[in-house]
Ligand binder design. Sequence first.
Ligand SMILES: [Zn+2]
Ligand SMILES: [Zn+2]
Length: 139
Amino acid sequence: MKHNGFNDVYHIEGGIIEYTRRAREQGLPVRFKGKNFVFDERMGERISDDILSSCHQCGEPCDSHTNCVNDGCHLLFIQCPSCAEKYQNCCSPICMEESTLTPEEQRSRRAGRENGNKVFNKSRGLLNMTMAIPAPEKK
Ligand SMILES: [Zn+2]
Ligand SMILES: [Zn+2]
């Protein structure tokens, strides 16, 4: 059994910050661009100013990862500051509405959704489903 290849991949992924630091020290070009995505409270560590992704809601260049505040969702997605304000840090109008419900109401909604949504990959399906619904325009 050969494990070498896998070990190498693992070490490179874990060492992007260290790699960047060393490359800078030695005056080498840093090949990693954008943000090193990390699953902690920093939600990404900026390495260069290149913005390589866009807001999932309006399409503006943006690379700020957000965790949907709706307890029944917690979708990790990219949201720009203006959409964060518009959707109150939620991934969709549905989640915005749902996050204002009582815990009991949220639970019964979630139960119904999980039964009806089994064919989808959980996070992808949820995103596609919610993003397809236009935001209600308030005038
Ligand atoms: Zn946006
Ligand atoms: Zn959500």
